[in-house]
Design a protein around this ligand. Structure first.
Ligand code: NAG
Ligand code: NAG
Ligand code: NAG
Ligand code: NAG
Ligand code: NAG
Length: 689
């Protein structure tokens, strides 16, 4: 009996010892308020704890499952007061990060399970809790709250963003779409489980009332007053001794998410303490492809922005691009910035176009700062060769001051483009008054003033300036009229630009048919006498109101000089006068001008008067010499048909020496034309406009 008693007591002692040991190992509460670093959790599958204490269940690898359990089991079979208490309360924070914006899979669950061995369980929709054959089996003995991000038809899921109550399987007893009750707005607000943002979860089970409340809220929102889900559920068959509490997660076979737990508290003896979001570990910055995608998008946006800014900058630079060279510094004051000219001419709009001549288009403009009216001539030039000399000439021409010269204000240089800035002449060019039917014609007085003005300008260029400046393209369209209808010679020296162009084997002749000295086509050398020839043609056109060269007329009338000459030989030179003057002119003046025209048109350069003499004749300070008998020989009519479309030419003569001629201009090139009778030269002109 005594032995029996003793052994009974021993047994009882053992039992008590076991119970007390179990009790010592069986905390009914714990909290991980700043990560799981020293938590000693029981992990398997993809689960790992980061160095900052973050618990990662799965990364975004396919078909991954993971479990994390509190290291010691919890005993639900203890009695509180009289009744067995199954109550518990738990808070935790989950974060589900999809691998890409649309990706999903599969979910995470809070689990209280009799076993912590889930090695036979499957990933995907089984959430790492069961497999196909064990799903729903009562022997599984677990309770779970799932946070499911995929709609699995075979599990009767309601959607791909729901919270479910699971008993022994993943076909939920109850499920509801994730949302939260906003205390502030007093209504339910939607909540995406896989937003990549942390979500707070509160699960409370009242064992006595058998009522389970699950409450969700986004991070940094206080616990909602109303639970997402409040359901009565009997857990007495499940919650027994040695229950493991923790989490399970699984990824999908096609898409997946990373699943994280940031913090966790659990309590069997009261309400689980709340977690402070600020103390919880942070997620790795570059986690998930979602962030990568975001990063890529940001980078792409930045790159795009840079490209746009770059393009705008380049476009702007290109738009206002100029060519600057060191030697130009000394011409500083004469140089305009392209931007200034661009603004002045409103971007070289067609509306601003004043006209276009042999050298390029002319635009009207207003200088932005001084409001000065200007005309900008855009001259295209191919090579940079000789540009320095040319610009230096341009600038020195800019220093030329004469009341009958159009003032050159300055220049600007761009690639393949030279811009010359002149004073704007209100009344445009003389030829429009002479030849246009719409415009009122000029009186003889006005014409004579213009002739004298141009003559004095030419005198200044040829004789009075510091250096001799050859004009090389004197004609009515290069004489501009200011507001008082004073004639001003423009475009002086521009022809020089063409000398620098192209190869030294050719000489370019620039000028206009009818004004072009035949001698010039022989020598290719610009001279004062060539200017005088053109001036002669100019005198004739102003007095006769007809262009020196008109290919539309019958052959004997093509050249004005021939006509005037014929009248002169018939001793009736005055009959050549412009009929629009209706006889209103001073006969002596008119006769003088016509005769001067013929004198200047002399084919022998040496026989032409100089500009000094011309001015003296015009002023009446000297009497005219006799006009020689030989006719002014121009380019023969045989070639004129070819030029019928355009009278303004720019001729390029090949210098390659040829056999039968003393004069170095033979052979034909391209669409060249043969000139058989011109001053006995066999030469080839080809049009190079
Ligand atoms: C994801 O986790 C699994 C298991 O820990 C590992 O084998 C795999 O390399 C991880 N993948 C990535 C992309 O980190
Ligand atoms: C499911 O799990 C059970 C035990 O848990 C195991 O015997 C069975 O082989 C598993 N089935 C599959 C398909 O993995
Ligand atoms: C909010 O959701 C809960 C749980 O789904 C539901 O019982 C309640 O009626 C909803 N309240 C409102 C205002 O929609
Ligand atoms: C669970 O939610 C219901 C409904 O809001 C509430 O009446 C009850 O007090 C809650 N129970 C616990 C334990 O929080
Ligand atoms: C558990 O509840 C008790 C009573 O409310 C409380 O004093 C204790 O701090 C709670 N512990 C945890 C870890 O939540």
């Amino acid at each position: 009996m005594a032995v029996a008693f003793t052994s009974f007591h021993l047994w009882l002692f053992c039992c008590l010892a076991v119970v007390s040991m179990a009790k010592a190992q069986d905390p009914d509460q714990f909290i991980y308020s700043n990560g799981f670093l020293h938590a000693n959790l029981q992990l398997d599958g993809g689960a790992k704890i980061h160095s900052n204490g973050l618990l990662q269940l799965t990364n975004s690898s396919r078909l991954l499952k993971a479990h994390a359990f509190y290291p010691s089991p919890i005993n639900f079979n203890t009695f509180s007061s009289s009744a067995r208490s199954l109550s518990f309360s738990t808070n935790f924070v989950i974060n589900i990060v999809p691998e890409s914006e649309q990706a999903s899979g599969h979910g995470v669950a809070f689990v209280i399970s009799q076993s912590s061995d889930f090695s036979q369980a499957s990933a995907i929709q089984y959430l790492g809790l069961v497999n196909l054959s064990t799903n729903g089996n009562p022997s599984n003995q677990f309770f779970a709250v799932e946070f499911d991000t995929i709609l699995s038809i075979d599990m009767d899921d309601i959607d791909d963003n729901h919270v479910g109550i699971d008993l022994n399987g993943v076909k939920s007893n109850r499920q509801v779409t994730a949302e939260y009750f906003s205390n502030e707005e007093n209504k339910n607000l939607s909540l995406s489980l896989k937003s990549g943002h942390s979500i707070q979860v509160w699960i409370v089970y009242d064992g006595q009332q058998e009522l389970l409340n699950v409450t969700l809220a986004p991070e940094n929102i206080p616990k909602p007053n109303r639970p997402l889900l409040s359901t009565s559920i009997e857990l007495s068959d499940i919650l027994m001794d040695n229950m493991y509490v923790g989490f399970s997660a699984a990824t999908g076979s096609i898409e997946s998410c990373s699943h994280y737990i940031l913090g966790w508290s659990f309590n069997r003896s009261g309400e689980a303490q709340s977690l402070e979001m600020s103390k919880l570990p942070k997620l790795p910055k570059n986690d998930g492809r979602r962030n990568t995608v975001r990063l890529i998008l940001i980078i792409a946006a930045v790159v795009l922005l840079l490209i746009l800014i770059g393009t705008a900058y380049v476009y702007r630079r290109k738009k206002y691009e100029e060519v600057h060279e060191d030697w130009e510094k000394e011409y500083g004051p004469h140089r305009f910035s392209y931007k200034t000219l661009y603004i002045a001419t409103k971007g070289f709009k067609d509306k601003q176009l004043l006209g276009s001549g042999g050298f390029g288009k002319v635009y009207k403009g207003t200088l932005p700062c001084t409001k000065e009216q200007i005309a900008v001539k855009k001259v295209s030039h191919e090579s940079n060769q000789g540009m320095k000399e040319f610009v230096s000439e341009i600038v020195s021409m800019g220093r030329l001051r004469h009341k009958n010269l159009v003032r050159l204000l300055g220049y600007c240089r761009r690639k393949k483009e030279l811009l010359l800035v002149y004073d704007h002449m209100e009344n445009g060019s003389l030829d429009r008054f002479l030849f246009s039917v719409e415009k009122q014609t000029l009186t003889w007085f006005q014409r004579f003033q213009i002739i004298k003005g141009v003559a004095s300008a030419l005198l200044y260029l040829h004789e009075e300036g510091e250096q001799v400046v050859l004009h090389r393209d004197i004609k009515a369209s290069n004489v501009l009229l200011d507001s008082d209808l004073n004639g001003r010679l423009g475009d002086f020296g521009l022809a020089r630009l063409y000398d620098r162009d192209g190869d030294p084997q050719t000489t370019r002749l620039v000028g206009t048919l009818g004004y072009l000295d035949p001698e010039l086509t022989r020598t290719g050398k610009a001279t004062k006498t060539a200017d005088m020839f053109a001036f002669g043609a100019f005198l004739l056109e102003v007095s006769c109101g007809r262009k020196p060269f008109d290919p539309d007329k019958p052959p004997q009338e093509i050249f004005l000089v021939d006509i005037v000459k014929r009248f002169w030989t018939r001793d009736a030179i005055i009959d050549a006068v412009d009929s629009r003057l209706q006889g209103n002119y001073v006969v002596e003046e008119m006769e003088k001008v016509l005769k001067l025209g013929l004198l200047c048109s002399n084919p022998k350069p040496d026989s032409r008067p100089t500009i000094k003499e011309v001015v003296q004749y015009l002023e009446g300070n000297a009497s005219l010499p006799d006009i020689p008998i030989e006719t002014a020989q121009n380019i023969p009519s045989s070639i004129l048909e070819t030029f019928s479309q355009s009278t303004e030419i720019n001729i390029c003569i090949e210098n390659n020496l040829a056999s039968d001629s003393v004069i170095p201009f033979p052979s034909s090139v391209g669409q060249g034309l043969s000139l058989n009778s011109m001053s006995s030269i066999n030469s080839v002109l080809h049009i190079g406009r």
